[in-house]
Ligand binder design. Structure first.
Ligand code: AMP
Ligand code: MG
Length: 338
């Protein structure tokens, strides 16, 4: 009787939005994690153009996968498992990664696992810290999503609340676009806000009537645009720095309000902050301060792992595989936009 070989190497692919990424991941760590950003392509439009994103994924995916294998020092023949982001994201972009992963898994007759992009973001800090204690309260903040999750144990995701309108990253991007500061807006705002007086401008925010953990950022965006108009602010205005610092601080406060509330109700053992906006230093600091106030450790991925990346997809796929091994290539695996 031949014993089945234990899987050792997994290739993960992520194309949910505007990063083309591939990673070779072992059960206990990442061998490579290539991230190719499309920022330059979308920058002239001040936001991601879905059609351009999917076309760019088609152009670059084979190169990105080849580079991930080269950096890991392995060949496709050695890959035992495949994983791919199934959703949520831009449907055209998702389909590129999904078709590519299916093709490889089918040809090499290996299992293929579909992974949820948001759950993968929550996995990112585990790549750098094995000992994150459960239950976990996780705040995911990106260009397309703003959600709060409670995880009683690994792989159990309870969505406590999400944004009812704009995502926090989208709010930053739109205000930056309005001021013609460039794209993506979050990092530009962070750079230009440095040293600004964050108490200079006050944003009057509409209160959400229902209880719960949902977020709303469209009111904050409107309030920001109102202040910009009333004060005649523009990219070279002397109060721009103070305005951006105040705005950034308000975004952080709006995000942390729900975290604070959930801390009181759910009593987690650890806090996680993740997603593209988690690169923001002010938010990282405020988040850790909040945790520290409750004597709780906060885990925030290093900036590179906050960005969409296949490493986190591979790490989650391993956990899913170990919990429920699959042995076939599921060619019916479909992408979901939301
Ligand atoms: P993602 O959707 O996870 O790919 O993240 C992209 C979003 O993160 C965009 O809305 C960016 O503006 C935002 N972002 C990236 N870096 C920063 C930063 N340093 N501060 C605030 N937002 C950021
Ligand atoms: Mg992105």
């Amino acid at each position: 009787m031949t014993r089945k070989k234990k899987p050792r190497l997994l290739l993960a692919i992520e194309t949910s939005c505007d990063e083309t990424s591939a990673a070779v991941v072992k059960q206990d760590g990442i061998l490579s994690n290539i991230i190719l950003s499309q920022d330059e392509i979308h920058s002239p439009y001040g936001g991601v153009v879905p059609e351009l994103a999917s076309r760019q994924h088609i152009k670059t995916i084979d190169y990105v996968v080849a580079e991930s294998l080269a950096q890991a020092g392995v060949s496709l023949k050695e890959i035992d498992l495949y994983a791919v982001t199934q959703g949520p994201g831009l449907i055209g972009s998702l389909l590129v990664g999904l078709a590519f992963a299916k093709g490889l898994a089918y040809y090499f007759k290996k299992p293929l696992l579909g992974v949820d992009h948001l759950e993968a973001h929550i996995e990112a800090p585990f790549l750098e810290n094995e000992r994150i204690e459960f239950p976990v309260l996780a705040l995911l903040v990106s260009g397309g999503h703003t959600s709060l999750y409670f995880l009683e144990k690994p792989l159990s995701y309870r969505l406590l609340g999400k944004t009812r309108d704009d995502a926090a990253g989208e709010c930053l991007d739109k205000v930056a676009k309005f001021l013609q500061l460039g794209y993506p807006g979050g990092p530009v705002i962070e750079r230009l806000a440095r040293g600004g007086d964050s108490s200079r401008f006050h944003f009057s925010l509409p209160r959400m009537k229902t209880a719960g953990y949902d977020f709303s950022f469209s009111g904050l965006k409107t309030a920001a645009l109102k202040i910009i108009r009333e004060n005649g602010l523009n990219a070279s205005h002397r109060l721009l720095r103070d305005f951006l610092a105040s705005f950034e601080e308000t975004v952080a406060r709006a995000l942390l309000e729900n975290v604070h509330k959930a801390l009181e109700e759910f009593h987690p053992a650890s806090l996680i902050l993740c997603g593209g906006v988690a690169r923001n230093t002010r938010l990282r600091t405020r988040f850790s301060e909040l945790g520290a106030g409750y004597g709780l450790p906060s885990f925030v991925p290093s900036p590179r792992l906050c960005t969409d990346n296949a490493g986190m997809v591979g790490a989650l796929a391993w956990k899913k595989y170990l919990a429920a091994p699959v042995s076939t290539t599921d060619l019916d695996l479909d992408a979901y936009p939301r």
